[in-house]
Write a protein that binds this ligand. Structure first.
Ligand SMILES: O=C(CO)[C@H](O)[C@H](O)COP(=O)(O)O
Length: 221
């Protein structure tokens, strides 16, 4: 299977979420990345489960990929499942009970993901590899869109691909932060399965479809 693109609603016009989400899906992409920030784990606030609930009927074909940048992420699994999330990713750094949290996400019927801040090594996941459906490599410090790409963090993509092979695991590797026409192809070559892109899609001067097309062009067939 080719690389999946996950347009990140953080960069969409917040007054036109429905329209912008539909424009992203009209390009043929299926994933929508939903960045949830609490002002504690990260120094910014965004939105909660109601955004997923509101978008669901407008975007019935969407895979809602929820990225919880919050402390105590366990508290938010149930509301996001009830709202219609398909994948829920928590930060490795945000919970002392990672295995329990991942198991709870799977039990609720969602794909279970872990996000790694730029300074967090992939080895911290060694004992939960069997509990994981998705590892989200942050190539910026979480909290804001439009930041500069951190090549040191991107090195983890290849390391995770190797760890996955060695362990016989099957999680997807997703990358989030400054994914654009300069960085996307290299990340895919290194082993990324999902590329989360905010600014490159929603801030493209010619619109959302042009942003997706530009990324698809560099990624190739
Ligand atoms: O999780 C995020 C920030 O915490 C965003 O998804 C990420 O930064 C994407 O934005 P951009 O593509 O503009 O860098």
């Amino acid at each position: 299977m080719g690389v999946l693109l996950a347009p990140s609603l953080l960069a969409a016009d917040h007054a036109r979420f429905g329209e912008q989400a539909q424009a992203a899906l009209a390009t043929g992409e299926h994933w929508l990345h939903v960045d949830v920030m609490d002002g504690r784990f990260v120094p910014n606030l965004t939105f909660g489960a109601e955004v997923v609930r509101a978008l669901k009927p407008l975007c019935p074909e969407a895979v809602f990929d929820v990225h919880l940048m919050v402390v105590e992420p366990e508290r938010y699994i149930e509301p996001f499942v009830a709202a219609g999330a398909h994948a829920i990713t928590v930060h490795q750094e945000a919970t002392p009970h990672l295995q329990r949290t991942l198991a709870a996400i799977r039990e609720a019927g969602c794909l279970a993901g872990v996000a790694l801040n730029p300074a967090t090594p992939p080895e911290t996941l060694r004992y939960v590899l069997g509990d994981l459906d998705l590892v989200l490599v942050m190539t910026v410090n979480p909290g804001f869109g439009g930041q500069a790409f951190l090549p040191s963090a991107a090195r983890k993509v290849g390391e995770l691909a190797q760890l996955r092979t060695e362990a016989g695991a099957s999680f997807k590797i997703s990358v989030d932060g400054s994914v654009n026409v300069k960085t996307a192809a290299g990340l895919a070559r290194d082993g990324a399965d999902v590329l989360v892109a905010g600014s490159a899609i929603f801030n493209h001067p010619e619109g959302v479809a042009a942003g997706v097309a530009a990324l698809r062009e560099v990624l190739g067939p």
